[in-house]
Ligand binder design. Sequence first.
Ligand code: CA
Length: 239
Amino acid sequence: MNPTPAAEQSRADQGKGLVLVVEDERAISDLLRMYLSREGFGVHVASDGPSGLSFARTLHPVAIILDVGLPGIDGTEVCRQLRADGDWTPILFCTARDDEVDRVLGLELGADDYITKPFSPREVVARVKSVVRRASRANTSEGPLAMGAIKLDPVTRRVTANEVAISLTATEFDLLAHLMAHPGRVFSREQLLSEVWGYAAVVGTRTVDVHVAQVRSKLAESDVIRTVRGVGYAAETPR
Ligand code: CA
């Protein structure tokens, strides 16, 4: 299928970069390579956990598509090791089953997104573009935000609590920034999915709850997020 003029335009606009695909099923990695290349991304495929980890460290991809079930080291462990090194490259997990989704979410690995197989390659590409856009977004029109002990700088994408740096994933950062940019305003989970994740709420709202929980646990006693029961979340200065 030929790309539409609009697709060509967005291709010209977007910052291209290398996407690392860590996937042991050749049919899937071939498909992802084709779709991602068509969008202007460079693609490198690793077919097992250890080589995925090593390419992630040496190639500095803009995003990683990470299968959970992999030979050698499984995807959750690859993610854990990267995060332990302080590597916050956006990671999109591919899970084969719902119980793998539970594992990915439950381990609080610092994944940016996940998608369940079988997936549409178009959907994966849309998600990759979304995480890359969010991770690279440096909006100079937004000044630093402060709330309670938390300071957040949208330009440098740094967050501190009482001047101590806090490591957030791209998604966690954007979620907190979005809430802090609208002090006291309550957002529903659906609103957050559409405004922070940037796509319709097809993944279900549980992912919002998980990311909010991760941000809150990282902010610890400096937490500024309030759960509004039956509605959603808001950020405000703690009383
Ligand atoms: Ca697999």
